[in-house]
Design a binder for this molecule. Sequence first.
Ligand SMILES: C[S@@+](CC[C@H](N)C(=O)[O-])C[C@H]1O[C@@H](n2cnc3c(N)ncnc32)[C@H](O)[C@@H]1O
Length: 254
Amino acid sequence: MSDLKSSVQSQFDRVAANYRTSTVHAQGTEFGEMVRMAALRGDERVLDAGCGAGHTAMHFAPYVAQVVAMDFTPSMLGQVAQLAAEKGFANIETQLGDVEHLPFDDDHFDLIVSRYSAHHWPHPQQAVTEFRRVLKPGGQVLLADVVGFDDPTCDTFLNAVELLRDPSHVRDFTPSEWIAFFQKEGFAAEIAYEWRLFIDFPSWVERMATPPLHVDAIRSLLHGASSEIRAAMKIEGDDFWFRCAVVKSVIRDA
Ligand SMILES: C[S@@+](CC[C@H](N)C(=O)[O-])C[C@H]1O[C@@H](n2cnc3c(N)ncnc32)[C@H](O)[C@@H]1O
């Protein structure tokens, strides 16, 4: 495993329980939108890729036959099991695995969902290739994440702030980058939903146990940001807003 992936695992291993209790992760208008746009029949087998504490799996479990909640940080899977037991869901299984090397047979899932994980994937194209392999014909992916900016100044600023907060951060990919990754694998891809996520600075750095030196550096960047960046990220004191999107991708007919 690469140093970067080990860094993601050790980063999340230390703070797994924070992600079960985080309201940012437990709540969001995107859950209802994702369930609606999936147009579920009820017999689907669903993969939650990079499930963290399993909040996305919990939102799909009432409407499908089975959800496999997969993450490569072992302690996250314990959080999923605890949450599933608390909520009484018997149709959620946990699986240790890497999105870039999925531990499943070809043509296995009807739907893949993923939320707030993809900015940690060093090779997103490889993950999308794996999604294509394990999906049944006509299958779809709903990928939700923080997204970057087409404007290079804002994009560099956003990713610098993210990296200082979490050294395992790879990139908030832009909507057009995601669409290109999916189209290359034969998906019809579109941005199906967009929202803004308010970032309460103290809880954001506390959740990731960001070292004080980095917290100070992020504050310094935020306070010195240009008016262009302040407007794009809606910076208010230490707080700001992320842009987020659901990329909906459906396998095109062969
Ligand atoms: C912010 S948390 C996930 C949040 C969760 N999906 C939710 O909606 O609440 C990001 C998760 O992605 C996982 N992750 C990052 N890279 C991964 C990879 N290559 N394969 C599997 N899981 C990965 C991390 O272990 C972490 O648990």
